[in-house]
Write a protein that binds this ligand. Structure first.
Ligand SMILES: [Zn+2]
Length: 436
């Protein structure tokens, strides 16, 4: 069990000798010293022992095994002895909605609640266009109040296609919209490329392939990442041939084949399974049983759980969820295959879809990755250092390295033994600010 934090002066008064080497360049302002916890960085093998992390102005400035010399009296000291310190979790598919049936809501409130569950980085691949500017401004206002947030402005779809968004009719029109998205400050583009046959007996229209190719090509010219909703194998391959950067849902239609793996490897394309979202198709009553069992600290709202228990699964249009449920083992197998092939796997939930609740879903997604056969440390890597690499922020977040943002979790139990221990959160630290 880890202890709380206190000012160093109190520790000295209590007769506890605190000693850690503070780098000579460290100023005395805004110093946080996290001491005694076992340091876990899934991206490096040289830690794994109790040590000290020194944070200044939100950045990690020193990481040291053990402890050696006095810290300035002004330092805030967090005693993590007996605990475990790791980088915060990245949930890279999150629509910043409540996960209740009501559309709308306050994305900034969802974002700040994610921190309580240990999510310190996230991607919303499809912010409604009319909400984008306000949300972008809000998350830029105080980095320590919200997770590090990547935002994609709108989604591309087609007339009669899945989702609401841009529906260009020609490749040139598609390219012009990509340039508009870039100018608006988006972190990428998102394509819906799915007839939804996995959820409905009356499939949706799919975007023209030439338009999809133009979107991805123009995104690359504009130095934007391209994200795709494409869980049907043959359709995903169209986008992989065009060089798409990330599949934000796992392949559920059938087992992936050698051609798919080759295409993924060639493009170093990232793979996000969203196991939680697919799993809600088992029916909300069963799903709520699972959530309640998983909710270690009993933080879920019982009234909200009651709403799900009474809700029918599926809708008149999404009438084929039994097909999805039958293929959940294929989805898990595909994750295992893709990971084994060395493809960058990230954690993502599709939070905001009914039943996929903020924060707890990210924790559960980690556990579902473990259940699919990944080792806990591999799951932790997907949730931290791999996410940073894919988003071109290696060393900036998702690591305990010096120079990285201090986005950290202090846990009461070792997540390397069971990744479900990410639920045993003692403190969340975002950009050096300690959230209790
Ligand atoms: Zn989504």
């Amino acid at each position: 069990m880890v202890k709380g934090f206190s000012c160093l002066a109190n520790l000295i008064l209590c007769g506890i000798i605190f000693c850690v080497a503070i780098p000579v360049h460290a100023q005395t302002g805004n110093l946080l010293v996290i001491r005694g916890g076992t340091l876990i960085d899934p991206g490096r093998d040289d830690l794994g022992v109790p040590g000290t992390i020194i944070v200044q102005n939100g950045l990690i400035i020193a990481v040291q095994p053990g402890d050696n010399s006095p810290a300035p009296p002004s330092a805030q000291v967090l005693d993590a002895s007996g605990g475990y310190v790791m980088p915060g979790i990245a949930d890279m598919h999150n629509h910043l909605r409540s996960g209740m049936f009501k559309p709308g809501g306050n994305p900034a409130a969802v974002l700040s609640s994610l921190l309580d569950w240990g999510v310190t980085a996230t991607l919303d691949p499809g912010v409604p266009v009319d909400e984008f500017d306000q949300l972008r401004n809000e998350v830029s206002r105080d980095r320590s109040a919200y997770p590090r947030t990547f935002l994609v402005r709108g989604v591309f779809t087609t007339d009669g296609g899945w989702g609401k968004g841009y529906t260009p009719e020609t490749p040139d029109e598609a390219r012009a919209i990509v340039r508009e998205i870039k100018a608006a400050g988006s972190d990428g583009v998102k394509l819906m490329y799915d007839d939804m046959r996995w959820a409905t007996t009356r499939p949706f229209a799919v975007m023209d392939r030439e338009i999809a190719i133009a979107i991805i090509d123009e995104a690359h010219k504009q130095e934007l990442m391209s994200f795709a909703h494409a869980p049907i194998l043959e359709l995903a391959k169209h986008l992989l041939e065009a060089g798409v950067d990330c599949l934000v849902h796992g392949i559920i239609s059938e087992p992936v084949d050698a051609e798919f793996i080759d295409l993924m490897k060639r493009g170093n394309t990232c793979y996000i399974s969203t196991l939680t979202m697919f799993q809600t198709n088992v029916g909300y009553d069963k799903w709520v049983d699972r959530l309640e069992k998983f909710d270690l600290n009993k933080r879920l709202n019982p009234a909200a759980m009651e709403i799900f228990r009474k809700a029918p699964s599926g809708t008149s249009r999404l009438d084929n969820t039994a097909w999805t449920v039958a293929r959940l083992p294929v989805l898990r197998l595909n994750l295992f295959t893709v990971y084994g092939a060395g493809i960058p796997v990230l954690i993502g939930t599709d939070t905001g879809i009914p039943g996929v609740l903020p924060g707890i879903s990210a924790q559960l997604e980690l556990v579902m990755h473990q259940e699919a056969g990944l080792d806990p440390i591999d799951v932790l890597r997907a949730a931290t250092t791999t996410a940073a690499s894919v988003f071109n922020r290696k060393g900036v977040f998702g690591t305990l390295r010096e120079g990285a943002q201090a986005d950290l979790l202090v846990l009461d139990a070792d997540p390397r033994l069971d990744v479900g221990n990410v639920r045993r959160i003692h403190h969340v630290i975002r950009a050096g600010r300690v959230h209790k």
